[in-house]
Design a protein around this ligand. Structure first.
Ligand code: ZN
Length: 276
């Protein structure tokens, strides 16, 4: 199942278009997604109705108001090396505050500073979970999707120690989508190909199988401390190739187009403007 937030209503996305979940008798409110999840999965498997065309720009964040957004720093070795750090012994966690979320084809306002890209797979919690053992770490995750952990590096790295969360939470800094993809759609949920393309040039390319801390470890680690709730998002870390660590450095400008692609999940496309 590929389920999206189309102009504020839950809709299945298929190769032919979108199917409003009201045609199956479901509540269309995105906030009602996870209590209907299993029933929606069954309905979606039955090829329920005729899809209709839709505008990409009408897609909004599939989970518009998660209660918690966790994000993981330094979860790929080449990115850890380019950032100049040693490999962490345990996951390094910060948050993206939920007001930063935006849709998969939005135009993002650039605040003053150095705004950088970070393509990441996002794991979506669908079930209450607390103190999950690592061997059951996928259990509360019902879907994955594509995310960008957009980051303004000056705010992010100000102070000793640096505090990451605010520099990663400007409006529009949390693009997610285009759809939540249920795990049964994936041949191997632990090995997805990530490709981030800036103005036609591939700037990041890796596979989720190369994570230092894979999804089950992240779920175990986070849920040992914080109870996880349906709709919570986990940004699982970015591969090498961010702009801040290039020579010369490179940051997003109003003319740029950023494509964020993960195999099996689809792609997002963002343009930028100067923030007022
Ligand atoms: Zn990140």
């Amino acid at each position: 199942m590929r389920i999206a937030n189309l102009a504020g209503r839950l809709a299945l996305l298929t190769a032919d278009g979108a199917i409003d979940v009201a045609t199956g008798g479901f509540d269309t409110d995105p906030a009602a997604l996870f209590r209907q999840w299993d029933a929606l999965l069954g309905w979606a498997a039955d090829d329920p109705a005729t899809a209709v065309p839709y505008k990409e720009s009408d897609l909004l964040p599939p989970v518009p108001e998660p209660r918690q957004i966790f994000a993981v720093a330094l979860n790929y070795r080449p990115h850890t090396a380019e950032a100049g750090y040693e490999e962490p012994a345990e996951p390094l966690v910060f948050t993206k505050f939920p007001t930063c979320l935006t849709g998969p084809y939005a135009t993002v306002g650039l605040p003053p500073g150095h705004v950088d890209w970070e393509l990441e797979m996002v794991a979506v919690i669908g079930r209450e979970a607390y103190r999950v053992p690592e061997e059951k770490g996928w259990d509360p995750v019902v879907a994955v999707t594509v995310g960008q952990d957009l980051s303004e590096r000056i705010v992010q790295l100000t102070g000793r120690p640096a505090q990451f969360s605010l520099g990663k939470s400007f409006p529009g800094f949390g693009p997610v989508g285009p759809a939540l993809v249920s795990l049964d759609e994936l041949a191997d949920r632990d090995d997805l190909e990530l490709t981030c393309v800036l103005n036609g040039e591939a700037v990041q390319h890796d596979r989720t199988s190369n994570m230092i801390f894979p999804v089950p470890k992240l779920v175990a680690y986070l849920s040992a401390i914080c109870p996880l709730r349906p709709g919570d998002l986990i940004f699982t870390g970015t591969p090498a190739g961010v702009g801040n660590r290039r020579t010369p450095q490179r940051f997003l400008t109003p003319d740029d187009t950023l494509v964020s692609r993960i195999s099996g999940l689809g792609e997002m496309r963002h343009t930028f403007r100067s923030a007022p």
